[in-house]
Design a protein around this ligand. Sequence first.
Ligand SMILES: [Zn+2]
Length: 279
Amino acid sequence: MLIDTHCHINFSSFKDDADEVIQRSLGNDIWLINVGSQYSTSERTIKIAEKYDKGVYAVVGLHPIHLYETEVDESEQGIEFKSRTEEFDYDLYKNLAQSRKVVGIGEMGIDYFHMPKNINFEEVKQKQQQTFQNGIKLAKELDKPIIIHTRATKNSFDAYDDVINILKQADYTKGVVHCYGGNLEQAQELIDMGLYISFTGIVTFKNAKDLQKIVKEIPLGKMMVETDAPYLSPEPHRGQRNEPAYVEFVARKIAELKKVSYEEVAEVTTGIAREFFNI
Ligand SMILES: [Zn+2]
């Protein structure tokens, strides 16, 4: 058994076949955590999760790219969109989180990569940080874990430093840094603080040597696996639409890098995810 701890079956890429994709995943003994990125997709993730007795869960939150209108180009998957603008409404998200299917708050965090045009960097930074702090406050109040999105300025690790500082200030470490892309020192610091690190299909890419080194260095007992579907399909499906069933390729690559069995990676990461999300 595996748990895809981060996917977006609530996104429009799956509008015609979400249930088939979920059945395929559950049929392969893969549970999934379906993650919202704004109010509408958060609402949808709850609706989807409520259709299933077991194995499909929801996380609700506001992603930093939805604070401003931003062009997003995930061209490898043929996905391009303009993000819609939303202010984080604490009470609305608190309301959403009352569903028994909501097992966490997110995805929230910092994204200095997808920047809106014509807005001062400092202003965007301020707003992202403040929204992240509010999201943490909500998670704290509800005693739920957080899923953290972090994307740095090109060729930099700046967003990871800011995420670490904000978590320290907020004194909240019940979190997972999803789709890890920081450096080894930052990964170690996050782990020392009590957070988990999660890996996507990027670990299977030939050019991901730095990330593969991080997988080798950090303990298996601090990792989770995810797809971030529809994005970031692992090899051998790179370039196609991703789906939760493909999380197996991520776990197999981690097993290879850490020189342990696939079964061990499956057992350890599943155990961590079940405890972390209380499922
Ligand atoms: Zn995501």
